[in-house]
Each structure stands twice: as structure tokens, then as C-alpha cells.
Design a protein around this ligand. Structure first.
Ligand SMILES: *Cc1c(COP(=O)(O)O)cnc(C)c1O
Length: 366
């Protein structure tokens, strides 16, 4: 038996007919950008998140970048981001001309350590981007408290956490704005690229919409320097097919996570830690192991694929070498990069596949 890291086949088997029908409908209507499908999905997704406004855009990176720009963040400003996130979080800051300031995560939750945010604030700090990494919500009360103390904006990075709850409320509803990615592998994925910004602030959402549509408020009238970043009709229609199944698909991931949590008892493997009062959606099931590379090899020899999220922290990426940050600067992020391993997790994963992963992880002797 082989266990892939991810598979779209069970989702395609369940929803393929509806996805094809959506495709045919749009082909018949011949409207491909900014029409009823995007409008419909934006309303449905705002409702799902429990927020007032949603604006579709091209991808998750743009969702974060447009949010920052809409809030007026730019050159000379600093934005706090976790040191162990995907590079897109930092790039969004860089692309508005601001500087990303890295703050270490709590090694148990993998999420930004709210206590350390305090120490990273300077007179230039304008915003914090908490990332609900691997699908587990950040401690939003602590993040919001620090933000209020210093008058900072909060832009949630929800790219891995569609539907996750903090104290009974969906992520994306806590900050001034939140960015989502609909990259196919995300918990809610399109059949291509896509993204969205949600916000309870009408003006912020309106600015995001203008910025993503060439800075125009009406056709051929441009009141700001904008971008081209829109959610196309095809992707919006596919997302509308998948959204009603999101809670169910997340529940499958939660079941798999529960079985991993109960079944894996290898002392060499550190299991993920879930804080009180949250409902994670397990975009990634992340364990840690000192002999991570050996564990990955051991699993692959038994036909089990695994992943690393992420093998090199952002401050050590060549692209950010100009920030002059060296090894040892963010030891927690570095430790996570060295020891983190992502186990298979996908809708349609069979009980036998889950059992095999548990059995093999438990039989790893280092
Ligand atoms: C995927 C991801 C993004 C970027 O999303 P894209 O749609 O690929 O641009 C941003 N932040 C995090 C944490 C992500 O995982």
C-alpha cells in the first residue's frame, strides 16, 4: 500500500460532476471576469467566515499585499511576521515597500509567540500579521491586546486555516483584514490560483477591490495606482461548489488528526500541541523529530510520503540575504526547519492508510 502526501482524486470523485456543470454554465454564459459567480462566492464566503465583506483576488500573496496597501502601509513602515511562515507572508510586506520584522513562534504551537511581539515593536511598526499556521488559530486575544496597546493593524494570514475557529469564531473575523489563499492544496482550494480578502470594515474592503482592479472605482477611471488581481469567474464557480463541503472536508482532517494523536506513541516523535478553545483544521499535521531526515527516509521506504514546511526559514533564503540576517538569529524557526515533518493528510485518506502511517511512525527506532 502506498500513502501519498496529498491526493485530489477523492475530492474529484465526490464533486467532479458539479465542477463540470459549473464549467459548462460559465462557457454558456461567456462571462469570465467580474460577473455573477465571483459576486455569489464573495457573499457566501463572507457569510461562512462570519464577516461583513469579502473581495476575491488573484492569490493568497495578493490578498495579504492588497490588505496592507488598503490599510495605508508602505515605505518606512515595519510589519511583524512570524519567523517560521511561508515566504508569501513576508513578500506581501516587502511588495508594499515596508520591512518585515520577524518574531519567533512558540515551538509547541508553531504560531507566533505573543509575548515576543511586544519586544519587536518600534516607533515604525504599523501592523502584525499573525499566521494561523498549519490550520491552528493563533492566540488572537493576546495578539489583539498587543495590537491595541501600540495602535497596530492586524492582518490575519488565513491561507492555511479556512474554517478554523478561535473561541467559537472563524479565523479571518478578528483582524482589520484577513487574507485567504485558494491554491489547490489549501483546505479550500480552487482548480488553479485564487485568493480573497475578508474584512468587517467596508472602506478597507472597498479599497482592496479598487486596488485589485487597476485602482479604478468605475470603468476607465483610476483613482489610485492599482494592480490586476481578480478572482475569475471559473475559479469562483468552482469554489462555490466546494465551499458547502468545507466543514465536512475539515472534519475528515480532524478525524485523521485525532487518530494520529491517539495512535502515535513514539518517544522520538513530538506531537503537535493544540491550545485551549480552538478548532484547528489541520492543513498540515506537523510532528517534530530530532532525526527528521531519517524518519522521512524510513517512511518513504515503506511507501509513505511526507513533507517539510519549511526546510529553510525565510531569514536564510537567498532572496532575503539583503536583510543581513544570519544563522542563529531566529533559533526557534531554525529548529523547526530542522526537525519538522508533515504526515499525509487529505480528504479521502483511508483508515488503512492512516493505520499504516501510525504503525510505521511507531516502529521508527531512530
Ligand atoms: C499558501 C500561503 C500563502 C500564499 O498563497 P498563494 O495563493 O500561494 O499566493 C500565504 N501564506 C501562507 C501561510 C500560505 O501557506
Amino acid at each position: 500500500m502506498e500513502v501519498p502526501f496529498n491526493s485530489f482524486v477523492p475530492m474529484e470523485d465526490a464533486l467532479g460532476g458539479d465542477l463540470s456543470a459549473a464549467f459548462d454554465r460559465i462557457l454558456t454564459r461567456s462571462r469570465y471576469i467580474q460577473d455573477v459567480e465571483c459576486d455569489y462566492f464573495e457573499r457566501a464566503f463572507a457569510k461562512f467566515c462570519g464577516v461583513e465583506n469579502c473581495v476575491g483576488c488573484g492569490n493568497g500573496l495578493d490578498a495579504l499585499m492588497l490588505s496592507l496597501k488598503a490599510l495605508g502601509i508602505g515605505p518606512g513602515d515595519e510589519v511583524i511576521v512570524p519567523s517560521n511562515t511561508y515566504i508569501a507572508t513576508a513578500l506581501a510586506v516587502t511588495y508594499v515597500g515596508a520591512t518585515p520584522v520577524f518574531v519567533e513562534p512558540d515551538i509547541q504551537t508553531f504560531n507566533i509567540d505573543p509575548i515576543l511581539i511586544d519586544r519587536a515593536v518600534t516607533p515604525r511598526t504599523r501592523a502584525i500579521i499573525p499566521v494561523h499556521l498549519y490550520g491552528q488559530p493563533c492566540n488572537m486575544n493576546a495578539v489583539l491586546e498587543t495590537a491595541h496597546k501600540y495602535g497596530l493593524f492586524v492582518v490575519e494570514d488565513c491561507a492555511q486555516a479556512h474554517g478554523a475557529k478561535y473561541r467559537g469564531r472563524r479565523v479571518g473575523s478578528f483582524g482589520d483584514a484577513a487574507g485567504f489563499s485558494f491554491y489547490p492544496g489549501k483546505n479550500l482550494g480552487a482548480l488553479g490560483d485564487g485568493g480573497a480578502v475578508v474584512s468587517n470594515n467596508y472602506n478597507t474592503a472597498k479599497r482592496v477591490r479598487m486596488l485589485g482592479n487597476y485602482g479604478s472605482d468605475r470603468k476607465y477611471h483610476h483613482c489610485m495606482l492599482g494592480h490586476n488581481s481578480r478572482l475569475d469567474e471559473m475559479q469562483a464557480a468552482f469554489l462555490s461548489v466546494k465551499l458547502p463541503f468545507l466543514d465536512r472536508m475539515n472534519a475528515v482532517r480532524q478525524d485523521i488528526a485525532k487518530r494520529y494523536m491517539e495512535g502515535i506513541i513514539n518517544p522520538l516523535v513530538i506531537m503537535p500541541y493544540v491550545i485551549d478553545d480552538v478548532e484547528p483544521v489541520w492543513h498540515i499535521f506537523a510532528v517534530r523529530c530530532n532525526a527528521r531526515d531519517d524518519l522521512a527516509l524510513f517512511l518513504s521506504e515503506k511507501g509513505i510520503a511526507s513533507g517539510m514546511h519549511y526546510p529553510t526559514p525565510i531569514h536564510l533564503q537567498e532572496a532575503y540575504s539583503y536583510l543581513m540576517l544570519s544563522e542563529g538569529e531566529y533559533p526557534v524557526a531554525e529548529e523547526i526547519s530542522r526537525t519538522q515533518l508533515s504526515l499525509p493528510m487529505f480528504y479521502g485518506m483511508t483508515d488503512d492508510q492512516v493505520d499504516l502511517v501510525i504503525e510505521c511512525v511507531n516502529s521508527f527506532k531512530g
